[in-house]
Design a protein around this ligand. Structure first.
Ligand code: HEM
Length: 146
């Protein structure tokens, strides 16, 4: 008799656990990636960089472009202090790459201030390539956001 009760309890427990897990998943946003401090900084860069790419060659927009660069600069400086969620063990390598990225952002700022838009556009392309590389190396591949 005792064994039967025990078995019944076990079966009930097994039936509820997956349901609880599913509910937990939903509370965290289902299949959406967990929000991270680094992700937030990256999002700031993302918005500014998208707009910057469209207008970087246009000297008439340099004042606004410099504001976008300032946003990217601030977010990338903060990003360089953080740890990638997917590859925490590669923190040092990631931070070194991010600092290299900061150096390119500083060059971009200098080019825009000097009115060298062709050069600025070239550096922007380099930043795009660094983004691609950085994401390939340190960002979870099946993450929906680019
Ligand atoms: C123009 C340059 C870049 C842009 C616009 C950019 C943009 C983004 C965006 C929009 C996300 C998704 C954020 C979210 O989950 O909400 C992201 C994530 C990420 N990016 Fe970038 N990124 C850039 C450069 C880089 C570089 C150079 C690296 C590495 C050296 C890097 C490493 C990462 C990592 C590791 C994540 C995942 C977030 C986490 O681990 O918490 N990104 N990025």
């Amino acid at each position: 008799m005792k064994i039967r009760i025990l078995l019944l309890t076990l079966i009930c427990a097994m039936a509820t656990v997956p349901g609880v897990r599913a509910a937990e998943g939903k509370a965290k946003g289902g299949d959406k990636e967990e929000e991270t401090e680094l992700g937030n900084q990256m999002d700031k860069m993302g918005g500014a960089f998208r707009k910057l790419k469209r207008q970087v060659a246009d000297a008439a927009k340099n004042e606004d472009s410099l504001k976008l660069v300032a946003t990217i600069k601030a977010a990338s400086v903060e990003s360089a202090k953080l740890t990638p969620a997917w590859k925490p063990e590669q923190k040092d390598k990631y931070q070194a790459k991010m600092k290299e990225f900061n150096g390119s952002v500083a060059k971009l700022e200098a080019a825009l201030k000097a009115g060298k838009n062709d050069e600025a556009a070239k550096i922007c392309e380099e930043l795009g390539a660094a983004q691609k590389e950085g994401h390939k190396e340190f960002k979870k591949p099946d993450s929906k956001k680019k």
